[in-house]
Design a protein around this ligand. Structure first.
Ligand SMILES: Cc1cc2nc3c(=O)[nH]c(=O)nc-3n(C[C@H](O)[C@H](O)[C@H](O)COP(=O)(O)OP(=O)(O)OC[C@H]3O[C@@H](n4cnc5c(N)ncnc54)[C@H](O)[C@@H]3O)c2cc1C
Length: 444
């Protein structure tokens, strides 16, 4: 590839200042900004698009996967409790205010254990509500482009590209909630990529089909058989081994998590563009196949599809601590734990067909220590996002939205503590962060 020499030498306006600057408005950014604001920090949340929600909105991802603990209740019966609170349960409750009455009832009765279906509009509006209620200043349509550092390993300003050109925002502490670790890498933190094969988990363009005659859909076994036959005949070209279909919030509608785009990097601009095109190709092919061949779908139409290809995994930022599949297998616990999880190891084959699943007993969980959210080499930055310091296998478990909200809230709590005390997040004792999180309602 040829290169050109280009230098940007400009005076850039500083458009805002904050105690805590959170970049990226997905589930992690929700946790980070709301928790930091509730702890008294002046918080700005910057998002590159015009809606919040990250993969739950732009990626059309649904439902929230469960990270639930099974415990006996007072009557001695087994009951499920979410490991993720308070911001995650607040998100579910806030989404609930937009649900129709019959669904609202289910959620109100059991916000602890509900496996909430997500729609992008509701997810996004509920996050915006929670942020505004907490006093977070939201800035849309600004994409992180660069950072300015001092000589001592602190980020001083983040530089964004917007319709006004380049602008800067200054803060005391920063949270990387970009999912891809953009901020951490720009600030000089090391990162890892992929598993043994060198590739990350595949991407998926989720979509929804509406106006289905549900009563006439063939049983799942029959549907899966037909899908494999269609693949065999070359009618469908998708590496996924089966159809992954969920019920939707909307009546007579189904949510498809079925396309699979392999061996593309989400942090390479051209490959990301190619992935988007391949995702669209599969959406079109699978939708038309359903409409033209599957009973019940004759009058169905495409309701919506992801406005951004779904990214399960890209960079993982190396932090002061690092945990692996062994910690999942041993249900590891840490004095400075900032989040808990017992969701499955769930690795969609980075190279093609197949999904590796390892389940954890619902009566136990593993913990994520503070050092996994503090990047090496940067003193005033935490990672409040899926891209924390864990290996490929463990990432496949802790990347689910409820856990990412909890990771985010820990990153926000540490940033708020740092901004208040003047102690760098890298010098904070994780046990103190844990204590503050418990005070704020976390289950740790
Ligand atoms: C196809 C697919 C299916 C999944 N299925 C499930 C499921 O069923 N249940 C479940 O719980 N989880 C599921 N997940 C996982 C979950 O959706 C993600 O891991 C989670 O959304 C990660 O949250 P995040 O906040 O770290 O990142 P993201 O959700 O990716 O959010 C990052 C945010 O940062 C913004 N951003 C990125 N870069 C910049 C930048 N440079 N400047 C400004 N803003 C930026 C983005 O626009 C986005 O809003 C799935 C993921 C995928 C891709």
């Amino acid at each position: 590839m040829s290169t050109i020499q280009y230098q940007l030498n400009k005076d850039i306006p500083v458009i805002a200042e904050a105690d805590v600057l959170v970049i990226g408005g997905g589930p992690g950014g929700l946790g980070a900004s709301v928790m930091a604001a509730r702890m008294g920090a002046k918080v700005i949340l910057v998002e590159r698009y015009g809606i919040l929600g990250g993969m739950s909105a732009q990626g059309e991802v649904s439902p929230f996967m469960p990270s639930h603990l099974s415990r006996k209740n007072e009557e001695g019966k087994d009951k499920l409790y979410t490991l993720d609170r308070p911001v995650y349960t607040d998100w579910v409750s806030k989404m609930n205010t937009y649900y129709p009455p019959e669904l609202r009832k289910v959620c109100e009765e059991n916000v602890e254990a509900v496996v909430a279906k997500v729609s992008k509009e509701i997810s996004s509006l509920a996050i915006e509500d929670l942020c505004l209620e907490a006093g977070v200043k939201i800035i849309y349509h600004h994409t992180l482009a660069d950072v300015k550092m001092d000589d001592d390993g602190h980020i001083t300003e983040a530089i964004f590209l917007s319709k006004s050109g380049f602008v800067a925002i200054r803060a005391k502490a920063f949270v990387d909630s970009t999912g891809d670790g953009d901020l951490s890498v720009l600030a000089g933190a090391p990162s890892e990529f992929g598993g043994e094969s060198g590739y990350c988990q595949p991407m998926t363009s989720c979509f929804k089909i509406k106006d289905i005659d549900i009563s006439r859909i063939p049983p799942n076994e029959e549907l899966q058989k037909r899908y494999l036959e269609a693949k065999e005949k070359g009618e469908i070209k998708c590496p996924r081994e089966n159809l992954l279909i969920f019920e939707s919030l909307d009546k007579n509608t189904r949510h498809f998590n079925t396309t699979r785009i392999v061996m593309k990097s989400a942090v390479n601009g051209m490959e990301l563009s190619e992935a988007e095109l391949e995702g669209h190709r599969q959406v079109k092919e699978i939708f038309k196949w359903f409409r033209d061949t599957i009973p019940g779908y004759e009058n169905a139409s495409l309701q919506s599809f992801a406005s951004h290809v779904g990214i399960r995994e890209s960079r993982r930022i190396r932090g002061l601590n690092y945990i692996t599949k062994n910690d999942f297998m041993n249900a590891a616990k840490f004095d400075d734990a900032i989040a808990r999880c017992n969701y499955t190891i769930d690795i969609h084959n980075p190279l093609g067909t197949g999904t590796e699943i390892i389940r954890m007993d619902r009566t136990d969980f593993y913990e994520i220590p503070y050092g996994c959210i503090v990047p090496q080499n940067v003193k005033n930055l935490t990672v409040g996002s899926r891209c924390i310091s864990v290996d490929h296998a463990l990432h496949s478990s802790c990347r689910i939205m409820p856990t990412v909200v909890s990771i985010g809230q820990a990153a926000g709590a540490a940033a708020a503590m740092s901004a208040k005390s003047g102690t760098d997040v890298s010098a904070l004792d994780g046990k103190d962060v844990r204590r503050e999180l418990v005070k704020m309602g976390a289950l740790l």
